[in-house]
Write a protein that binds this ligand. Structure first.
Ligand SMILES: Nc1ncnc2c1ncn2[C@@H]1O[C@H](COP(=O)(O)OP(=O)(O)OP(=O)(O)O)[C@@H](O)[C@H]1O
Length: 453
């Protein structure tokens, strides 16, 4: 009898402590409960029901009149609280166990589950912050990302260390990139004034603009046929078009597919080569010679170029890098083209020479100079290892699932920026009529040296 009473007391105390703990972890719920209780006690249940009804009606009117401010000020907090209570706290122990994030220690009777610190809910993503357990590393969570996404039944789970020992697990609830994204506006700044450090060519999976670096960088875009490399290429060209017209950017284009891709933009080019190996070599040689002269002119004057019409930013775009490094048809010419490209990549950034190149197959024999491109974009690829080849070792594991990009979502890609976790992005699509319009509107100043242009 005494044992039964003791067990009953223990169960009641455990439940009471559990309830108090839960209420302390949910201060907003506690506050609402206390206020409602005091209100009902002081003025009665009818008064409480009428007031609650008025608050609800006010909320509905607010949402109808100004959805964005209602979402920002009210709804996301309610959603975060509800998701925390009914989804994350209930299911996290099971997900953590299934993803091998639970620790078993013989000193403790229960397994240790990484505790939830907070839940934030945005328009597209939920973020759950958890404290890592002793001995855990971010890598453990990177490895678990795929299975956590499956457990939460979402397409993406991102992993980020937000402060020492605290991991943010991002779950993509709604995908802003599911439909083609709008083509960004061309800047209305004058071509003489527009910044050239970076250009916006699409959107990120967080609904923010996707900006790619330009001046002072080189870009490598890799993707299978039909993955949307053209939308990156034209997205960049279209955004710098006003500066091309002003002569502050000189665009050199190599389209080894015989002009299939690049021909409609011809009025924009200062130098242009199609599939002829000698033309390609001549273009690369001319660029390297200009770079040598530019370096001499800038020596002792400036360490970095500020582009002007007199000293423009030279942008070289190569539509298919493999055609130059591997399929030029002559070993000697391929070696020479690769050497010239290497010079531009290693020495071009400070004097204002950038190379933006696109390739279908990112293997080392096709792109021996992969590491010389500071900004790399992985569009739809064949295998997980190709995503690592483009973005760096471990990128696939960290969430750059380029081999899973759907065929039906061309222009979607992964990038790794400033050492952060991989970011999914999608470029806007520039169709042929828009390319022709841009080429007519922003034609480059006439280039007498170039008979092709
Ligand atoms: N960003 C985008 N948004 C929506 N649709 C796109 C986008 N990019 C490309 N597409 C569609 O996908 C098709 C193929 O794209 P694109 O020609 O750019 O691929 P690619 O990678 O350059 O292929 P290839 O290497 O064969 O030239 C386009 O004709 C267009 O219909």
């Amino acid at each position: 009898m005494a044992t039964e009473v003791a067990e009953l007391v223990e169960a009641v105390v455990t439940m009471a402590l559990g309830t108090v703990g839960w209420l302390l972890r949910h201060p907003a719920t506690l506050l609402v409960g206390v206020v409602a209780g005091v209100w009902a006690w002081s003025w009665g249940w009818v008064s409480l029901a009428i007031t609650a009804g008025c608050v609800l009606a006010g909320g509905i009117v607010w949402r109808v009149l100004h959805r964005a401010s209602f979402e920002y000020r009210v709804w996301r907090h309610i959603r975060a609280g509800a998701l925390r209570m009914w989804v994350y706290e209930l299911r996290w122990p099971r997900w953590a166990r299934a993803s091998h994030l639970v620790l078993f220690d013989s000193d403790f009777p229960d397994p240790m589950i990484p505790p939830i610190r907070k839940v934030i809910s945005g328009r597209w993503w939920d973020e759950m912050h958890v404290r890592m357990l002793p001995g855990q590393r971010q890598r453990d969570y990177d490895l678990a990302a795929e299975s956590l996404a499956n457990s939460r039944k979402v397409e993406r789970c991102s992993v980020r260390e937000v402060s020492p020992g605290v991991i943010s697990l991002g779950f993509l609830r709604r995908d802003p990139l599911a439909k083609p994204v709008a083509l960004p506006e061309i800047t209305d700044l004058n071509g003489d004034d527009m910044p050239l450090d970076a250009v916006t060519i699409g959107e990120s999976e967080h609904g923010a603009p996707w900006r790619v670096p330009l001046l002072g960088s080189h870009l490598l875009g890799a993707g299978m046929s039909g993955s949307g490399k053209g939308s990156l290429l034209w997205g960049i060209v279209r955004q710098v078009a006003p500066a091309i017209q002003a002569g502050r950017v000189r665009l050199s284009m190599i389209d080894p597919k015989g002009g299939m891709e690049a021909e409609p933009g011809k009025p924009l080019y200062h130098r242009y080569a199609r599939d002829d190996a000698d033309d390609i070599l001549e273009l690369l040689t001319s660029l390297v010679e200009s770079m040598t002269i530019r370096k001499r002119d800038l020596r002792g004057v400036a360490r970095k170029l500020t582009p002007t019409a007199e000293m423009p930013f030279e942008l070289l775009i190569i539509d298919e890098l493999a055609a130059i490094t591997k399929y030029l048809g002559d070993r000697k010419k391929e070696a020479e083209a690769t050497r010239l490209l290497g010079l531009l990549l290693t020495q071009g950034r400070a004097p204002g020479f950038a190379v933006d190149a696109f390739v279908q197959e990112p293997t080392k024999d096709v792109v021996p100079m992969r590491g010389l491109f500071p900004y790399r974009v992985a569009l739809r690829l064949d295998t997980a290892s190709q995503a690592d080849m483009v973005l760096g070792e471990g990128s696939w594991q960290a969430g750059a699932w380029a081999d899973r990009i759907k065929r039906s979502a061309p222009g979607t890609a992964y990038v790794v920026e400033d050492g952060f976790e991989p970011l999914r992005v999608r470029a806007g699509y520039t169709d042929d009529p828009e390319i022709i319009r841009v080429a007519r509107t922003y034609a480059a100043p006439v280039n007498e040296e170039n008979d092709e242009a």
